[in-house]
Design a protein around this ligand. Structure first.
Ligand SMILES: Cc1cc2nc3c(=O)[nH]c(=O)nc-3n(C[C@H](O)[C@H](O)[C@H](O)COP(=O)(O)O)c2cc1C
Length: 387
């Protein structure tokens, strides 16, 4: 099969993964309205090409929160990424290093912070979920610091867990159901099954040694269910600032006033995100609120964005709306699930090529200097005929 776009990687991933895992990757909260809205709203914008600029010399390089990146992309934190491919987080982190973009490791990864640090020997970002058990949160921050992580990404949008119908229907809950349909599902996907049998780790690696019985997936998922902390607020950003001297980013911001507050209370930037449509269903799309957040931050911090990005054209649109850079979740996860490290590199290559070609076609030489008027809402671009 000739792989031309992220959709091809998605199709290949769906073939290799058992239904329970592909559902985990793909599904969104409740009726998945926000999941769809992220895509629909991206499509509702149109680029306005320019044809009179010499674009023979082009640059995609930029500053991604202190990382000199080859393009304005970072790999978003993905929990249990290593369930899609053996040693998945390490494979993705090496691919990110090879492609010259930041990798962000989730608190709920299968590989540990130390596994990734040892394999890459390159600074990566660490995403923190603040647990109710503060000693666990503190220990994770200390380990991320010791592992030379260059940025701490505090995700604030999972203080209460949303409901995902797809996961519930497939028994992906706490504890996960190992019932006959799920066993049959695994057995009928032998490529995934046999690769996972060889996998070094099968539970949330970072929690082993910190939480009793963390090796038992059913016990650790039950423990996790009790750890979502609805008290999260600005005081937690202040706490993170007091213990983390390097770059601090707050993820899950959708409100302009809150973005301003995050920066005022010490964050170096925000990540505009609705968790890829996995939390509040009916929430705004990220592209729709982006300009208000860019205005509120007013150049005092980074504004990154994710949710719904599946191509370099989507990246260009997010940048035209004012973002400093984009995170991609499923777009790289499909590549990883389909082909491991090679698949992540393929996903990044696809996005890089699309971004480069389309910025050239729009008359842009430097990704950091997008002209005004590069994009309009599609409705506005419709010609009006007068008779
Ligand atoms: C399977 C999956 C697991 C995720 N796990 C985490 C996580 O552990 N921490 C986090 O902050 N965000 C997590 N996210 C959200 C991503 O970081 C990111 O916000 C989202 O994937 C962006 O949307 P996209 O998938 O449409 O690119 C997860 C997303 C997916 C798809």
């Amino acid at each position: 099969m000739v792989i031309t776009d992220i959709r091809d990687l998605e199709r290949l991933a769906r073939k290799r993964l058992p239904k329970i895992v592909s559902t985990y990757v793909e599904n969104g909260g409740y009726e998945e309205e926000t999941l769809r809205r992220n895509r629909d709203d991206l499509k509702a914008f149109s680029l306005v090409p320019r044809i009179l600029n010499d674009v023979s010399e082009r640059s995609l390089v930029c500053d991604m929160a202190g990382t000199h990146a080859s393009m304005p992309i970072a790999l978003a934190p993905v929990g249990a990424c290593g369930l899609t491919y053996p040693n998945g987080e390490v494979e993705a982190a090496i691919a990110a290093k090879d492609a010259g973009v930041p990798f962000c490791l989730s608190t709920l990864s299968i590989a540990t912070i130390e596994d990734v640090a040892k394999a890459t020997r390159w600074p990566f970002w660490f995403q923190l979920y603040m647990m109710k058990e503060k000693r666990v949160t503190e220990a994770l921050v200390e380990r991320a610091y010791a592992a030379n992580c260059s940025a701490l990404v505090v995700s604030m949008d999972l203080h209460v867990r949303s409901q995902r119908h797809g996961e519930q229907k497939h028994g992906l809950e706490a504890p996960p159901k190992f019932n006959l349909p799920n066993i049959m599902d695994a057995l009928t996907h032998p490529r995934w099954l046999f690769s996972m049998i060889r996998s070094k780790r099968r539970t949330f690696g970072n929690l082993i040694g910190l939480v009793k019985d963390a090796k038992s997936i059913s016990k650790i998922t039950k423990w996790l269910e009790r750890q979502f902390d609805p008290t999260l607020s600005l005081k937690d950003i202040e706490w993170a600032r007091s213990v983390w001297p390097r770059t601090l980013l707050i993820k899950g911001v959708l409100n302009a006033e809150e973005a301003r507050q995050c920066i005022e209370h010490g964050a170096d930037g925000v990540i505009v995100s609705n968790h890829g449509g996995r939390q509040v269903d009916g929430a705004v799309s990220t592209i729709s609120v982006l300009p208000t957040i860019v205005d509120a931050v007013a150049g005092k911090g980074f504004v990154f964005v994710d949710s719904g990005i599946r191509s370099g054209i989507d990246v260009l649109k997010m940048l035209a709306r004012g973002a400093d850079g984009c995170l991609i979740g499923r777009a790289y996860l499909y590549g990883l699930a389909a082909m491991g490290r090679k698949g992540v590199l393929k996903a990044l290559d696809i996005i890089r090529t699309e971004l480069d070609q389309n910025m050239a076609l729009c008359g842009v030489r430097d990704i950091k200097q997008l002209p005004a008027g590069l994009m309009v809402e599609s409705r506005q671009s419709l010609p009006t005929f007068s008779h």
